[in-house]
Design a protein around this ligand. Structure first.
Ligand SMILES: [Zn+2]
Length: 124
């Protein structure tokens, strides 16, 4: 795919990534707070992580959602990497071209329609 063709998809991916990360206002924040707050470079590893567990059942749905978003985020990162490598728009499975219509719907998809369908079926 030509660089000029990839550009709108890259922008879509960057917007999606920002949205998933929850930092939609990053640009505005960066512009507003030019004076960085002093972070103390404490390198202590949080040891209380293991304690959070048992009483979080009510949040299961939220966690599930976050996991899915995390997965999408990984997909987006992968797509951005493929853009950098100049292979964006090619199916990772069969190296065929992914139709632009599909990329517009799912800009981070690594597969063409055919392969995505086959991979989905092979899971069951
Ligand atoms: Zn394919």
């Amino acid at each position: 795919m030509k660089k000029a063709d990839v550009k709108p998809f890259k922008e879509m991916l960057l917007v999606l990534r920002a949205r998933l990360r929850g930092d939609v206002s990053t640009l505005a924040d960066a512009a507003l707070s030019s004076s960085g707050g002093g972070r103390d470079g404490s390198s202590a590893v949080p040891s209380h992580m293991a304690d959070m567990g048992s009483d979080t059942f009510e949040q299961d749905n939220t966690i599930l959602l976050m996991n899915n978003e995390g997965e999408t985020l990984v997909q987006i990162e992968g797509a951005l990497e493929r853009i950098e490598n100049g292979v964006y728009g090619s199916c990772m499975e069969c190296s065929g071209k992914i139709p632009k219509m599909r990329l517009k719907a799912i800009p981070y998809t690594p597969y063409c329609v055919k392969c995505a369908g086959e991979l989905e079926n092979s899971q069951f």
